[in-house]
Design a protein around this ligand. Structure first.
Ligand SMILES: NC(=O)c1ccc[n+]([C@@H]2O[C@H](COP(=O)([O-])OP(=O)(O)OC[C@H]3O[C@@H](n4cnc5c(N)ncnc54)[C@H](OP(=O)(O)O)[C@@H]3O)[C@@H](O)[C@H]2O)c1
Length: 268
């Protein structure tokens, strides 16, 4: 049986890719999608929104109209996602959260919601990026204690949060592996005269330009050599396909708070 999926935020850059990925996925039945109550896209055919022709599903302004779905996929904005999580808890619906930029307090609330519903929180749904997380863990274990660690990310001019959720997660994976507290060792941006670099810090650098879909590099640099581990996304479809994979996996999962490492079986 196909997994019934609804896309929340279906008029967005990701939403349009998610519609196409869900519509074309062999194991998924797309049942609908949501836009804001005030959106000029309310009532639009989802296929028209995604540029794949009419598919006979209209963009809804309420989640109640999407109750047929087994799994909801949310790529909206922080406040909206928090509301959607509450709604999914109330109606016992599984949820994939792709939205990024949550505060620590919000993340705690999201994690707790796993007690009531199956929820995947994935600041980056690309399979390649999640493999990158695993490679960072291996590299940090081997050489992280004696190298300078820097994380670089670049995204399109419209991206609102910085550094990206993926860059923060990369830092978190490295910090956890090395037993460091990222809140204490992260350095965001540098300017002017400073002391010599502290080996314990993890630096972050951000570029916002044009239509860059998403690039992330971790540097592990010593004197005389350095390792760079890079992921480049060339199309948002990579994130959309990863979200479909998470939705299919979540449809068979117990209540719980999960991430893409769970979805891809990369834990342990
Ligand atoms: N996890 C990943 O792999 C991944 C990949 C790419 C992006 N992201 C994240 O996903 C989020 C969305 O990214 P994007 O580039 O698609 O942004 P976007 O183009 O701004 O799309 C967000 C969409 O959500 C809609 N929205 C906001 N509130 C809503 C509500 N109450 N009901 C229905 N729709 C609502 C917005 O509608 P309006 O235009 O009417 O406001 C907009 O269409 C961001 O947090 C981004 O960082 C994650």
């Amino acid at each position: 049986m196909k997994v019934k999926v609804a896309i929340l935020g279906c008029s967005g850059r990701m939403g349009r890719n998610l519609i196409q990925a869900a519509h074309e996925h062999e194991s998924i039945e797309l049942v609908g999608g949501s836009v804001r109550a005030s959106s000029s896209f309310a009532g639009f055919d989802l296929g028209e929104l995604a540029g794949i022709g009419t598919i006979g599903l209209k963009a809804s302004t309420t989640l109640e109209a999407l109750c047929d779905a087994d799994v909801f996929i949310d790529f909206t904005a922080i406040e909206t996602t928090i509301e959607n999580i509450n709604w999914c808890q109330q109606y016992q619906k599984a949820l994939v959260v792709g939205t990024t930029g949550f505060t620590d307090e919000q993340l705690q609330v999201i994690e707790k919601s796993g007690e009531k519903i199956p929820l995947v929180l994935a600041p980056n749904t690309s399979v390649g990026v999640n493999l990158l997380f695993k490679l960072l863990e291996i590299t940090a274990k081997a050489i992280g204690d004696y190298t300078d660690i820097e994380i670089f990310e670049a995204h399109h001019r419209f991206k609102k949060d910085a550094p990206s959720g993926t860059a923060v997660k990369m830092g978190q994976v490295i910090a956890d592996t090395l037993g460091r507290d990222l809140n204490k060792c992260a350095v965001f941006g540098r300017e002017g005269i400073s002391d010599e670099r502290d080996r314990e810090t993890i630096g972050f650098a951000t570029v916002r330009a044009g239509d860059i879909v998403g690039e992330h590099t971790a540097f592990f640099a010593d004197l005389g050599e350095r390792i760079e581990i890079t992921h480049k996304a060339s199309s948002r479809m990579t994130f959309a396909l990863g979200a479909m994979r998470a939705a299919c996996w979540l449809s068979n999962a117990e209540n719980g708070f999960y991430d893409m490492q769970d979805v891809l079986g990369l834990k342990g």
